[in-house]
Design a protein around this ligand. Structure first.
Ligand SMILES: Cc1cc2nc3c(=O)[nH]c(=O)nc-3n(C[C@H](O)[C@H](O)[C@H](O)COP(=O)(O)O)c2cc1C
Length: 170
């Protein structure tokens, strides 16, 4: 089994990149192979049909699609923008759904998110669940939310909880 861990922010000091690392460390401690997808490589231009007709699906997205196909489980770590999924992540998913035999069908997807706010990106995860379920992924019921997120709260996330989170769908 291998887990692909995607983060939906390429910001240098991104809280969600830190949560991505925290989850990866936990997976490694459990001897689960994981691919931490470099957030900087999640390079998704705004989806535009004319662009697609002329250029096809961007190479950055083909790479993402291969990474999704190659893993048995995907963890998506999402920021929350105005109660929803940030455009980088939404565009990456929209583009990835445009390839032949889109890679999300039947895939086990786990959702995580960090936010400095009290709701810990729960609303973004709720919206993201609907998006990936539309692509016929199986979305695990338990979310890994880090409210009031900072270096310390992310590090202090409960190890047992993260273990149960990661084992969903096994
Ligand atoms: C356009 C925008 C909208 C935001 N809306 C929310 C929101 O609805 N809920 C929330 O908890 N945080 C919101 N935030 C704050 C983000 O959670 C915060 O900037 C967070 O650090 C972004 O994730 P990152 O650190 O991984 O880049 C918003 C930030 C931006 C830039």
């Amino acid at each position: 089994m291998s887990i692909l861990i995607l983060a939906g922010s390429s910001r240098k000091e991104s809280l969600n990149k830190k949560l991505q690392q925290r989850i990866a460390e936990r997976a490694k401690a459990l001897d689960v192979a994981c691919h931490v997808y470099p957030a900087e490589e999640l390079d998704a231009p705004m989806y535009q049909g004319d662009y697609e007709a002329e250029h096809g699906v961007p190479a950055s997205i083909q790479k993402l699609v291969t990474a999704i196909r190659d893993c048995s489980k995907v963890v998506i770590v999402t920021p929350e923008y105005n109660s929803s999924v940030p455009p980088l992540l939404k565009n990456a998913i929209d583009w990835s759904s445009r390839v032949d035999q889109q890679p999300w069908k039947g895939k086990t997807v786990l959702l995580a998110g960090a936010s400095p706010g009290r709701l810990g990106a729960m609303r973004a995860m709720d919206h993201l669940r609907a998006v990936v379920m539309n692509l016929q992924a199986w979305v695990a019921p338990m979310f890994a939310s880090c409210p009031n997120a900072n270096d310390e709260t992310i590090q202090k996330m409960d190890d047992d909880f993260l273990k149960n989170f990661l084992q969903q769908g096994d």
